[in-house]
Design a protein around this ligand. Sequence first.
Ligand code: MF3
Ligand code: CO
Ligand code: CO
Length: 261
Amino acid sequence: MKIIPKNPIEIAKMRAAGRVAALTLDAVTPLVRAGISTLELNDFCANFMAQHGAVPATLGYKGYPAASCISVNNVVCHGIPSANEILRDGDILNIDVTALLDGFHGDTSRMYGVGNIAPAAQTLMRTTYAAMMAGIETIHSGSYLSAIGNALGPVAEAKGYGVVREYCGHGLGRKFHEDPQVLHYANTEFATTRLRAGTTLTVEPMINTGTWRTRLHDDGWRVTTADGGLSAQYEHTVLVTETGYELLTASPAGYTQWPYA
Ligand code: MF3
Ligand code: CO
Ligand code: CO
């Protein structure tokens, strides 16, 4: 595994890319209502990124066909937006966008609720956000890569939730996915790998109400929970600093977790 920290010029570009991705999720927020299709949300995000000089990095990535991933209810990740998928009262969804700006990637996702959300779904979303932040809080120059999952996983497991294992966070920069691999569950795989200032990576836990096991849909992309339970995810692009971390995809509107109003 080769983790290469960014130089100050590259970090400035990562900040700019992360900002466009976060602005996109800010801007789409008021559109998330009953009756809209996930394709309409996707197209809004695509246009917004284009207006800000960015390219949606998911479009064409390994053949992925859309400018965003929109994952509703029991969909864990990589939901392909569709005109036939109309949001209904009580749905929860994740919108994941990756902006490619001036050669660098900013990758972020948030949860949204439609109308009245069941208490169990609200607790899942809040716990997923808290778990992500617990993982991120471990990060500083010299911290261990494994510390992220060691802090994050137990926050979810304490509630009886399953932490998805097949999909991980990742380094990113000029490439969409690069070293290191960021595990979201307690692990010893990276117990000797230290993070250094200037490294950029994502923390993006997928947390399920039931089993951590997943199933890949026959469209080749959509991943659902194996038991049909709900799944939630938040994602930030994070810069490792000398004293801690910087969220490169912090919301300019000040949004953190759903509900945003
Ligand atoms: N944005 C996702 C991530 O957080 C990756 C989507 S890959 C795609 O890493 F091919 F599905 F677009
Ligand atoms: Co990511
Ligand atoms: Co993402």
